[in-house]
Write a new protein. Structure first.
Length: 272
């Protein structure tokens, strides 16, 4: 415990006094991209396909990214597109540094965008984005250069600490991943149909999201949080509190992840 406290304090001190390369031209936070081994579905329209991925801030002292700020993965191989052809063959497409990644909702969600011709070239009509452990996003400066590098010791240590404190959280992270996956299945304009028959597909989607098969890997606390959040969104969207079911899921996802991010920052302040 003492060794861990010393390590966290040392990481915080290192970031406070030793800026990474490119700091002067790229002041936004370095982000941790949360692992999604089961994938987040891409939605395709107007020649592009996109998915919103969960993230959190590794550097409290830097500016929160505004909507549209560009990011670049330190390790493109940590992203993959996974889908099936009409013949049932599973295809995996390795990540590329050319894939467009932008901040979507502060530091807790980024949007990855690829051309739909990439899917077509591999015979895919639908695909999901999978994220491997310890993926890190660097902000892209106006000159096109990213801040820092893959060998930056401070960033590497921070991402490893984030993995322990956030990615591996067993009380909330499973719910975050469930909400992200569910939101990705819904179009942004999906509202709360008043017609019971029209609403059934979304009811089935909600039920599937919290089915025993879907939540087998979750802790009991994560299952309760996921189910409770879905119940809240179903009711509040029907009552008109949100423009769409997806919007409610995103708001709840962001709130839970923000709390986890605050816990991460406080761990350095406490050295615990």
């Amino acid at each position: 415990m003492i060794a861990r406290a010393v390590q966290l304090a040392a990481i915080g001190a290192l970031l406070a006094v030793a800026p990474t390369s490119g700091q002067a031209t790229s002041p936004f936070q370095v982000l941790a991209l949360i692992a999604h081994p089961d994938g987040v579905m891409l939605q395709c329209a107007d020649g592009t396909c996109s998915a919103d991925l969960s993230a959190f801030c590794l550097q409290k002292g830097r500016a929160t990214p505004t909507h549209g700020v560009r990011y670049r993965l330190l390790q493109p191989e940590k992203l993959e597109l996974v889908g099936q052809t009409d013949a049932g063959e599973t295809i995996r497409v390795a990540g590329s540094a050319d894939w467009l990644i932008r901040a979507e909702r502060d530091q807790v969600a980024v949007r990855i965008t690829v051309p739909d011709r990439l899917l077509a070239a591999h015979g895919l009509t639908r695909a999901a984005v999978t994220v491997a452990t310890n993926a890190t996003l660097m902000p892209v400066a106006a000159d096109g250069n990213s801040q820092g590098g893959v060998d930056d010791p401070a960033i590497t240590l921070l991402r490893e600490a984030g993995n322990r404190l956030v990615d591996q959280d067993r009380s909330r992270m499973g719910a975050v991943r469930t909400l992200a996956r569910l939101a990705s299945e819904l179009p942004p304009t999906t509202g709360a149909p008043t017609d019971r028959v029209a609403h059934m597909p979304y009811q089935r989607l909600l039920q599937t999201a919290v089915s025993p098969a879907a939540t087998a890997a979750l802790s009991e606390a994560e299952r309760r949080l996921a189910r409770g959040t879905l119940d809240i969104c179903r009711t509040n969207t029907d009552l008109g509190a949100y423009h769409s079911l997806r919007q409610c899921l995103e708001v709840q996802h962001d709130s839970i992840l923000w709390t986890l991010n605050v816990d991460y920052w406080l761990a350095f302040d406490r050295g615990s």
